[in-house]
Design a protein around this ligand. Structure first.
Ligand SMILES: CC(C)(COP(=O)(O)OP(=O)(O)OC[C@H]1O[C@@H](n2cnc3c(N)ncnc32)[C@H](O)[C@@H]1OP(=O)(O)O)[C@@H](O)C(=O)NCCC(=O)NCCS
Length: 196
C-alpha cells in the first residue's frame, strides 16, 4: 500500500483539536507533565513557525511548533523546538523531516540564532542537532542530559547561551536572582528554586 502524498501549511487555530489528538496518540496523556511543557506554560508559540502536514485520507497527520525562550542571566534568545509529532499511521515517510526543514528554515529567515529541544538525538542529529555540553543549560525540571540538544543557526551562538532556560515572561523575575554562574552549588540551588 502506498502512502498518500502530504502537503505542509501554516497552522491555523482550527487545527488545534486535530493536533491535540495526534499528540495524545504519540506522546500519551501524561505528556503535559514533561519539562518541555513547563517552558511553554504562559507562553505563545513563536509567530510564523507552526506548521502542519495534511493528506487526503487522514487530514492532519503531523505538526510542529517552536516557542520563544531566554537563556541565562544575559537573556540570550533561543527557540524550543516542539512538540513535533506525526500520526502513527504516517510515520517514517518523511513528514517529520519535512516539518523540521520548514520550521528551521523559517526560523533562520526570521533571524533566530539558536534552537534547543528535548528529544532523541539519533533522530534530530539528521538535521544537525547536537548534544548540549554537560551543564550548559538548567531546565525547569528533570531532563535526561542525553536528550538535551541544540542547533546553532548562526555560528558560535552557543557560547553566549548558558544557564537557566526560561520562558521570556519569566526572565525579569528570574534573571536577577539567577545571575550567578550555574555550574556551582549556588547554581544547583537556583535550579531547585526554579523547579519548585
Ligand atoms: C519521531 C517522529 C516525529 C519522526 O517523524 P517521522 O515523520 O516518522 O520521521 P521521518 O519520516 O522524518 O524520518 C524517518 C527516519 O527517522 C528514523 N527515526 C524515526 N524516529 C526516530 C527516533 N525516535 N530515533 C531515531 N531515529 C528515528 C526512522 O527510523 C527513519 O529512518 P530511515 O530514514 O533511515 O528509514 C515521529 O515518528 C513521531 O511523532 N513519533 C512519536 C513521538 C516520538 O517517538 N518522539 C520521539 C522523538 S522526540
Amino acid at each position: 500500500m502506498t502512502n498518500p502524498a502530504f502537503t505542509l501549511s501554516a497552522e491555523s487555530p482550527a487545527d488545534q483539536p486535530a493536533i491535540e489528538h495526534i499528540l495524545d496518540l504519540t506522546f500519551g496523556l501524561e505528556r503535559r507533565t514533561k519539562t518541555s511543557y513547563r517552558l511553554r506554560e504562559g507562553s505563545w508559540p513563536a509567530p510564523g513557525l507552526s506548521f502542519v502536514a495534511r493528506d487526503a485520507e487522514l487530514g492532519l497527520v503531523g505538526a510542529i511548533s517552536f516557542w520563544p525562550l531566554k537563556i541565562g542571566s544575559n537573556g540570550s534568545d533561543a527557540l524550543l523546538l516542539g512538540p513535533l509529532a506525526v500520526h502513527p499511521e504516517r510515520q517514517n515517510i518523511g513528514i517529520g523531516r519535512a516539518l523540521m526543514h520548514a520550521g528551521i528554515g523559517k526560523a533562520k529567515s526570521q533571524g533566530h540564532r539558536l534552537i534547543i529541544l528535548v528529544g532523541d538525538e539519533p533522530y534530530y542529529a539528521r538535521v544537525g542537532f547536537r548534544l548540549a555540553p554537560a551543564g550548559r543549560f538548567i531546565m525547569p525540571g528533570p531532563v535526561d542530559p542525553k536528550r538535551l540538544l541544540y542547533l546553532e543557526l548562526a555560528e558560535g551562538v552557543l557560547a553566549d547561551a548558558e544557564g537557566l532556560v526560561m520562558p521570556p515572561h519569566r526572565y525579569q523575575e528570574l534573571s536577577a536572582s539567577f545571575a550567578v554562574p550555574h555550574r556551582t552549588e549556588a547554581g544547583e540551588q537556583q535550579a531547585e528554586a526554579y523547579q519548585g
